[in-house]
Ligand binder design. Structure first.
Ligand SMILES: NC(=O)c1ccc[n+]([C@@H]2O[C@H](COP(=O)([O-])OP(=O)(O)OC[C@H]3O[C@@H](n4cnc5c(N)ncnc54)[C@H](OP(=O)(O)O)[C@@H]3O)[C@@H](O)[C@H]2O)c1
Length: 253
């Protein structure tokens, strides 16, 4: 994709990976709009990056996704890039979970991580297909390839988004819309709660690495351990997943 002169919507761009991408896209000469549920956090992002456009929106809600599409295409008709980045991670034991009473809690991960990016991609695809240059960037995870057993719904949502991204790329191959997958390894953000990802890659180095991949025109971009995981054999996936589970299973005791 071209890296300047775009109008870009980054979902969940108020913190973490989305905010690091927003900063880099702004520096490269793009107009950037970010969304999130918390107004104060969006305000803090705008204070950090003057010129950043923000919009409060809960993307787990269908009506709010449609309202966001309607608002952004009416207010910024030049919009030509969607970054499906918003996501949450929940770690739990399927034995201890109270699915009868708590399904709304578990379903939130499905509606945020998979319903939202699929719905937004389907809303934006016909609009983008009319443009000379456009892109849809889906942020999946290394865990799309090597399931993290203590985050079982999360891993499943990311695998589903990976699959959808391939289908979307095929369907849009005869249009100007590029479809790019970013599959981060663990990155030091507040994903899942403060302190759960401090072992991850430093955020700035990770974001710089992904931007290098964008500059090189890659359509699937990993970083650190996710580079190998993107292409791992089934036997190696099983070993990797097993060793992650053994190392972390006490976290959901
Ligand atoms: N950090 C990692 O290790 C890692 C690894 C692989 C993939 N990823 C993926 O990278 C993406 C960004 O995560 P991150 O690490 O940067 O975590 P983060 O700092 O927690 O950022 C998540 C962002 O999503 C927003 N968000 C969450 N639920 C939302 C909803 N229902 N509607 C709208 N916005 C929502 C959050 O803002 P509000 O809370 O204010 O809504 C925030 O802006 C996610 O898709 C995550 O799965 C992260």
């Amino acid at each position: 994709m071209k890296l300047s002169g775009n109008t870009i919507l980054i979902t969940g761009g108020s913190t973490g990976i989305g905010l690091a991408f927003a900063e880099r896209f702004m520096k490269a000469g793009n107009t950037v709009i970010v969304t999130g549920r918390r107004e104060q956090v969006l305000q803090d992002a705008q204070d950090k990056l003057p010129g950043l456009i923000t919009k409060v929106s809960d993307l787990s809600n269908e009506a709010e996704r449609i309202a966001l599409f309607d608002w952004v295409t009416a207010t910024y008709p030049d919009i030509n890039v969607l970054v499906n980045n918003a996501g949450i991670q929940q770690r739990f034991s399927v034995i201890k979970a109270d699915a009868k009473n708590d399904w709304a809690y578990f379903n939130k991960e499905i509606s945020t991580n998979i319903e939202a990016p699929l719905h937004l991609a389907i809303l934006f695809a016909p609009f983008f297909a009319e443009k000379e240059n456009a892109a849809i960037i889906n942020v999946t995870s290394g865990l799309a390839f090597t399931p993290f057993a203590i985050a079982p719904i999360y891993s499943a949502t990311k695998a589903a988004l990976h699959s959808f991204t391939i289908s979307l790329r095929h369907q849009l191959s005869e249009t100007s819309v590029e479809v790019i997958e970013v599959a981060p390894p663990a990155v030091n953000t507040d994903l899942g709660g403060t302190g759960l990802h401090v072992h991850g890659e430093p955020l700035d180095a990770f974001a710089d690495g992904i931007f290098q991949g964008l500059r090189e025109g890659k359509s699937e971009i990993g970083y650190g351990t996710s580079v190998d995981r993107l292409r791992m054999s089934r036997d190696d996936i099983d070993k990797y997943s097993e060793s992650m589970y053994q190392a972390t299973k006490n976290m959901i005791d």
